[in-house]
Every structure is written in C-alpha cells, then in structure tokens.
Design a protein around this ligand. Structure first.
Ligand SMILES: [Zn+2]
Length: 123
C-alpha cells in the first residue's frame, strides 16, 4: 500500500500524521497487551491520546466494520452458498470473536485517521 494514503496508516499500524512511527506498542494483534498504544509518535511527536475518552468514538467505527463483515458473510454464506441462517449466525459470531483484537486496533486506527491528516514534513 502506498505511503501517504490513510489505508497505509490503518493497515500498517503507523502514525496517521507521518506514517513512520508505530501507533501500537506491539505489532501482533494477538498478544496480551494488544491494545497498548504509544503516548505520542516516536518520529513526529503527534499525540495519539487526544483527550480523555477520545477512543470511545472508535466503538462506532467498530460497529460499522462488524456490520460490513456481517453483510459480506451473509451474502457469501446464505445468498451464494445457500447455507442456513443458524450456520451463518454462529459463523459470524465465531469470526467476530476471533477477529476481536484486530477489530479493536483497526477501529482505533480508522478513528484517529478521520481526525489527523497526513503531513510528510517532520516537526
Ligand atoms: Zn508520526
């Protein structure tokens, strides 16, 4: 993915402003401290914790991402492969539970990318 696009920052765990410094401390989503973030960017100094409760808004992003997964899975399983609704429901729950840490991280990255624009000049 091209550096300078929001998708680069979101999928590579990078600072939304410089796309160089890491956003989360641990690169692995499936670690016990998967949600721990740096206080600020190690490269440009951008603050990641804007204010108390800033990331509550990421819950709405997470909801939206879960809806997209649910609709895509429904179309795949029920409309294309003609599987039952109960099979779909349990598959969806399983996928959402397995993806939970990754979804939390991706939601926070999407949320901060809404508010912070890319700026290649180092401060
Ligand atoms: Zn940065």
């Amino acid at each position: 993915m091209l550096k300078g696009t929001k998708l680069y920052s979101i999928f590579n765990n990078k600072c939304p402003k410089c796309h160089t410094g890491d956003f989360f401390i641990n690169k692995n989503s499936y670690n016990s401290d998967f949600i721990k973030m740096h206080d600020k960017c190690s490269y440009c100094g951008e603050l990641f914790n804007k204010e108390v409760g800033f990331y509550y808004g990421a819950m709405y992003v997470s909801y939206g991402v879960n809806i997209i997964i649910g609709i895509a899975l429904f179309m795949l399983m029920v409309l294309i492969f003609k599987l039952g609704l109960l099979t779909y429901l349990f598959s969806f729950l399983g996928i959402v539970i397995i993806l939970f840490p990754w979804l939390m991280r991706i939601s926070r990255l999407i949320y901060i990318n809404i508010f912070v624009k890319f700026d290649s000049a180092k401060k």
